[in-house]
Design a protein around this ligand. Structure first.
Ligand code: ADP
Ligand code: MG
Length: 249
C-alpha cells in the first residue's frame, strides 16, 4: 500500500513543554491506525498539528498524498482530504441536525444545489445512524448521536483521511460496539482512519497498526498484539496483566 500520510520528526512545544517531541509514523491509504497513550501524552496535539487547527508544528515534515502540508492553511489541508473530529462536541447546538450537515456541506466546493445538499445531508445522517428527526437541534439529541453527527460533518468533506479523537469516550458498551461498526463502515468506503482512543479493546478490534505515545514520543508501534505486550507499554500505560489479557483476547 502507498503511504497517504507521513510524519517525519514532527514536534510542537508550549514554552518548555514538548507536547509532541519528534514523532514519525506513516498511514497507508485505506488503513486504520490506532493511537493510544496516557493523558497528556500529546495525542490531540498531534491531530492539531496535522490539520493546522489551531496551530502548526514547530519542527518536522508532514506529507499528505505526496505533498508537504505542514505550512498550509487549515482550510487547504481540509480541501486536500483530511477531516477530523474533536474530543468534545463541536456541532452548533442551536442549529438543527440537518442544518449542521448543510453548514458542513457548504464547505464542499462542488456546486451542489440546495436540494442535492439536503439529500446528501440525509444520506450521511442515515449512514452514521442519526436517522431520527433531522429537525431536532444538535443540543437536543443524545451524546452518542452528537458524536455521530460530528463524524457525519467530517465525512461531508469527503476526506481521504479521517482523524477521530476519542470517539467512544463516555459511551455505553452497546454504543462502543456501534462506534466500532461505524468505523469499519467508513473504512470500507476506502477512507483511511487515524483513531485516538482510551478504549483499548476498540483500538485492537479496528486497527491494523497501533502507535503508543508517552511524553510526546512514540513509545512503541506496530502490530497491535505485539504493542500491547511490549513491557514499556505495559509499564507506562496499560498496567501489569492488562497487556497479556488484551493480547489473548
Ligand atoms: P492527550 O490528547 O494525549 O491527552 P494533549 O495533546 O491534549 O494530550 O496535550 C499534551 C500536552 O500538551 C499536555 O501536557 C497539555 O497540557 C499540553 N497542551 C496541549 N495543548 C496546549 C496548549 N494549547 N497550550 C499549552 N499547553 C498545551
Ligand atoms: Mg486528547
Amino acid at each position: 500500500m502507498t503511504d497517504l500520510l507521513v510524519l517525519d520528526d514532527v514536534g510542537k512545544s508550549f514554552g518548555a513543554l514538548r507536547a509532541v517531541d519528534g514523532v514519525s509514523f506513516s498511514v497507508a491509504a485505506g488503513e486504520v491506525l490506532g493511537i493510544a497513550g496516557p493523558n497528556g501524552s500529546g495525542k490531540s496535539t498531534l491531530f492539531n498539528i496535522i490539520t493546522g487547527i489551531p496551530f502548526r508544528p514547530d519542527r518536522g515534515a508532514i506529507t499528505f498524498a505526496g505533498e508537504r502540508i505542514e505550512r498550509l492553511a487549515p482550510h487547504l489541508i481540509a480541501r486536500r482530504g483530511i477531516a477530523r473530529t474533536f474530543q468534545t462536541e463541536t456541532d452548533f447546538e442551536t442549529l438543527s441536525v440537518e442544518d449542521n450537515m448543510l453548514t458542513a456541506l457548504a464547505q464542499r466546493r462542488d456546486g451542489l444545489g440546495h436540494g442535492e445538499r439536503v439529500r446528501e445531508a440525509r444520506r450521511l445522517l442515515e449512514f452514521v445512524g442519526v436517522a431520527a428527526s433531522p429537525d431536532r437541534t444538535a443540543g437536543e439529541i443524545s451524546v452518542f448521536d452528537r458524536k455521530k453527527l460530528m463524524i457525519a460533518t467530517a465525512l461531508a468533506l469527503r476526506p481521504k483521511l479521517l482523524l477521530l479523537d476519542e470517539p467512544a469516550s463516555g459511551l455505553s458498551q452497546p454504543e462502543v460496539e456501534g462506534t466500532i461498526a461505524l468505523i469499519r463502515a467508513i473504512n470500507a468506503t476506502g477512507v483511511a482512519i487515524v483513531l485516538i482512543e482510551h478504549v483499548i479493546s476498540l483500538l485492537m478490534s479496528v486497527s491494523a497498526r497501533l502507535v503508543v505515545l508517552n511524553f510526546g514520543s512514540v513509545l512503541a508501534s506496530g502490530d497491535p498484539v505485539d504493542v500491547v505486550r511490549d513491557p514499556r507499554v505495559v509499564e507506562a500505560y496499560l498496567g501489569a496483566g492488562a497487556g497479556r489479557d488484551l493480547a489473548a483476547a
